[in-house]
Design a protein around this ligand. Structure first.
Ligand SMILES: [Ca+2]
Ligand SMILES: [Ca+2]
Ligand SMILES: [Ca+2]
Length: 510
């Protein structure tokens, strides 16, 4: 991050909500109302050239023209912006070269961002770059600089993204699988899964330790990339990306970059979704035949950036993921993220997002302190599912769970017990051959991601188009009613794999 002061950050709106700030939100509830919904962003505005659109947003208010009077007089040196470029932009001498020209100083050297070639036309033409202001700039200076950049599509604040696990639980258990009916249902799914080509689940997180004995056999492999030769063999823009990529430290090793407890998160999440059924440890994922694509957006840092998340989403879609798990989130609106999520679903990829752990009702209004992204977009995107957590011991909403009758779509176990007296978490894989316990909506989401992979395999085996919308419908309609979660999600339901198998047998017989 830059060196700008906290007061400057407040004025700019770039990163003023920290984890510490969230604590008060637990007691902050207001009546639910459709007034929380804001109008759909207009896509024609979104893709207009920046210079033509009222799009440069430096506050939490999107799509609102910011006059020079409203904008901060001076953007501080070191402020970080998310610049989204169109790599196929016509009319620019070299497309992305414009990054250097206008910005003067880019945090990542251009050739390392983009590799030797431009993406093929089937891939997303967009690429997000963190632009750190090299010096303090007035609104007029900034606007002049970007108005000459033909290939810049949007420029917004490059907000922080954090993981969504709750404070460390004391003990952990693995019978969350029993809670969702897995032990019996998996006999019905297993034959289908083992005949079908493996599903790929992209885990966009703190990195997955793919050397873990329960995960190694399920590591996704990029078949057209030769490891370790320093070349981008498949011309996808990323050098030596064999099992995924680290979008934060720009490294082809996508595993956790630190042994700090914070960075266990991605490995735990991956194990819940897809630890191998035949592993040496006592740990099973919901879909033990899935392939895990590790997309690390944290690197060595405890906070990711929206620009990295957007690039990771595009990578997952363009490189063959079937399901994307997002046990991460932020608190600030950035227009390009919604468009990137829509891109994923449009291209047939199911997106699963954790609702967050502030114990509050989330809001779709970007100006609200209860705005949580990307979770708030699940309800409006058919094929993206927002997940909250129930305690597997009580069948009630977990004390930490965010909720919304409008915006949260399904519940799954994210703890055994939560609230006063501590919590019991879910057991899954930790880096370094380990196992451990975590609790949170972060844990509930990958359980649903694994289930989405099961449903997808079944639908394909039955010859049905496995669209993200149909998979969402299967999971939600088959979920079982849970009185303890009734008013907290728009389905009032908890994932149930036995019911899912029944639903699939009825709607898509093999
Ligand atoms: Ca490559
Ligand atoms: Ca290579
Ligand atoms: Ca949805």
């Amino acid at each position: 991050m830059g060196t700008w002061s906290e007061s400057a950050a407040m004025a700019w709106g770039g990163r003023w909500i920290t984890n510490g700030f969230l604590a008060w939100a637990v007691v902050f509830t207001v009546p639910m109302s459709v007034a929380n919904m804001v109008p759909e962003p207009r896509s024609e505005v979104f893709f207009q050239r920046l210079a033509d659109a009222d799009f440069l947003s430096f506050t939490r208010q999107p799509f609102r023209r910011i006059s020079p009077l409203e904008a901060p007089a001076v953007m501080p040196s070191g402020a970080e912006l998310n610049a989204v470029f169109d790599l196929n932009c016509v009319g620019s001498p070299a497309g992305h070269r414009g990054v250097d020209r206008i910005i003067g100083q880019v945090s990542i050297p251009e050739e390392r961002v983009l590799g030797a070639k431009r993406p093929r036309s089937a891939r997303s033409p967009l690429h997000s770059v963190t632009w750190r202001l090299p010096r303090a700039m007035t609104w007029a200076q900034l606007k002049k600089a970007v108005s000459e950049e033909r290939c810049l599509r949007t420029l917004t604040s490059d907000a922080e993204i954090n993981v969504m696990s709750a404070p460390d639980p004391l003990i952990g258990r693995q019978d969350h699988l029993a809670f969702i009916g897995w032990p019996t249902a998996i006999r019905r799914f297993r034959g289908v899964i083992e005949k079908a080509p493996p599903m790929t689940i992209a885990v966009i997180d703190t990195g997955v330790d793919l050397a873990h004995p329960d995960l190694a056999a399920n590591a996704w492999v990029n078949p057209r990339e030769i490891p370790g030769n320093g070349l981008d063999d498949d011309f996808n823009g990323y050098i030596d990306d064999v099992h995924g990529f680290d979008f934060s430290s720009f490294s082809s090793a996508p595993g956790p970059k630190s042994s700090d407890a914070y960075f266990r998160h991605g490995t735990h999440v991956a194990g819940l979704a897809a630890a191998g059924w035949d592993g040496s440890g006592g740990n099973s994922g919901v879909n033990g035949r899935a392939r895990i694509m590790s997309l690390n957006v944290f690197g060595y840092k405890r906070a990711a950036k929206v620009s990295m998340l957007e690039n990771a989403l595009r990578y997952a879609v363009d490189n063959g993921a079937d399901v994307i798990n997002l046990s991460i989130g932020g608190r600030e609106y950035t227009s390009s993220m919604l468009e990137t999520l829509r891109y994923a679903v449009r291209r047939g990829v199911v997106v699963i997002a954790a609702a967050g752990n502030e114990g509050m009702e989330i809001s779709r209004d970007p100006a609200s302190p209860r705005f949580v992204t990307p979770a708030v977009y699940g309800a409006e995107i058919d094929g993206m599912i927002t997940v909250t957590s129930v305690d597997a011991r009580t069948n009630r909403l977990s004390a930490f769970s965010n909720f919304s009758l409008f915006l949260v779509e399904i519940a799954a176990p994210g703890a055994f017990r939560s609230g006063p007296g501590g919590q019991e978490g879910l057991l899954s894989t930790f880096p370094g051959r380990g196992y451990g316990n975590l609790a949170g909506t972060s844990m509930a989401a990958p359980i649903v991601a694994g289930a989405a992979g099961l449903a997808q395999a079944w639908l394909r085996a039955a010859g049905r188009p496995a669209s993200p919308a149909l998979i969402e419908r299967a999971l939600r309609e088959s979920a079982r009613a849970a009185p303890g979660a009734m008013i907290f999600t728009n389905s009032g339901r908890v994932l149930d794999l036995d019911n899912l198998a029944d639903w699939l047998l009825r709607e898509a017989p093999l």
